[in-house]
Design a protein around this ligand. Structure first.
Ligand code: MN
Length: 312
């Protein structure tokens, strides 16, 4: 049985607290549970104070066979920042803006280049999606077509240097498929709609519920995990997108990414978002899968941020 654990973003102390709350104990090979496995949905790096330590805990569990871990969009960002193309240029240039984007990770990583190498290598080995017995796990969005394409074009199912170089060079449908899984579905606003977020930045796109049809709905109805309000009026028919939806009868999907705060948890009978936005004053969330559908909010475990180092 699995415990699916949400986005951590360098909050290592809170991660330890969560593992202990779920009944995991620390052994010689890291945390383990006698009859459960942890499944991490990505976004281990950036924002929080203890990125190396977070990576150490998860990597140890994965190597010992006590956990699975997939990549999130933040791992993708970090990997592209440290990966060079065939001409020796970084896939993501080392501009001040790009350094700011991965600030916390960059600052920790420059303190220990050997350690950095170990963890980058390990991050490159993690899958983009998982199909375990009876459940699916992805960072942001499960799209069957994108998954099938990636199985064909990236059979290793990881962000290897070769794969990253290829998709960043070609920026084709394989690139789009990887982005869809890691960042979810986003729609552009019509040109005449100008929205600003809480920080005053102009937004040109918004995240949507990738499992629901748009017709007859308002912008607000289909919005998911945006930190700005969307108009309540019905989306004009010419703005509909015909997206493949996710059936209620399909396997349950566990994902993170959307920073839902205390709204994290079951969003539909077979869909669960475990990102409680711990790095932005939210909560840290896990789902205890017990092989039962419909998914139930009773299986959600939520802990608050632990600030001080725990006494062992
Ligand atoms: Mn994310």
């Amino acid at each position: 049985m699995y415990d699916i654990i949400g986005d951590i973003h360098g909050e290592a102390t809170t991660l330890e607290h969560m593992l202990l709350s779920l009944g995991y104990v620390e052994g010689k090979k890291g945390f383990f549970h006698p009859d459960r496995k942890a499944v991490f949905v990505g976004d281990y790096v950036d924002r929080g104070p203890n990125i190396f330590e977070t990576l150490r805990i998860i990597r140890e569990m994965v190597i010992a066979g006590n956990a699975y871990a997939i990549v999130g969009n933040h791992e993708l960002n970090v990997l592209t920042f440290y990966t060079k193309d065939n001409d020796g240029l970084f896939l993501k240039g080392h501009s001040p803006k790009n350094k700011t984007q991965i600030k916390k990770t960059y600052e920790e990583f420059k303190l220990d280049k050997e350690k950095r190498k170990v963890y980058l290598k390990w991050l490159r080995s993690l899958p983009l999606f998982l199909e375990l017995d009876g459940i699916r796990v992805v960072h942001a969005c499960w799209d069957q077509e994108a998954v099938e394409l990636l199985k064909k074009e990236n059979p290793e199912n990881c962000l290897s240097k070769e794969f990253l170089r290829k998709i960043y060079f070609e920026k084709d449908k394989v690139f789009n498929a990887a982005m869809l899984l890691l960042k979810g579905r986003e729609f552009a606003f019509p040109d005449n709609l100008v929205l600003k977020d809480d920080y005053g930045f102009k937004r040109t796109a918004y995240r949507v519920k990738w499992w629901e049809p748009m017709n007859g709905k308002s912008f607000e109805d289909i919005s998911f995990g945006n930190r700005f309000r969307l108009p309540k009026y019905t989306i004009p028919a010419q703005l509909y997108f015909d997206i493949p939806l996710y059936s209620e009868n399909d396997y349950p999907v566990f994902f993170g990414h959307y920073c839902l705060g205390d709204k994290a948890g079951v969003v539909r009978s077979n869909l669960c978002c475990v990102d409680g936005c711990i790095a932005n004053d939210g909560v840290f969330v896990a789902y205890r899968w017990d092989n039962t559908l419909p998914l139930s909010q009773k299986n959600i475990v939520s802990v608050k941020k632990v600030k001080k180092a725990m006494i062992k």
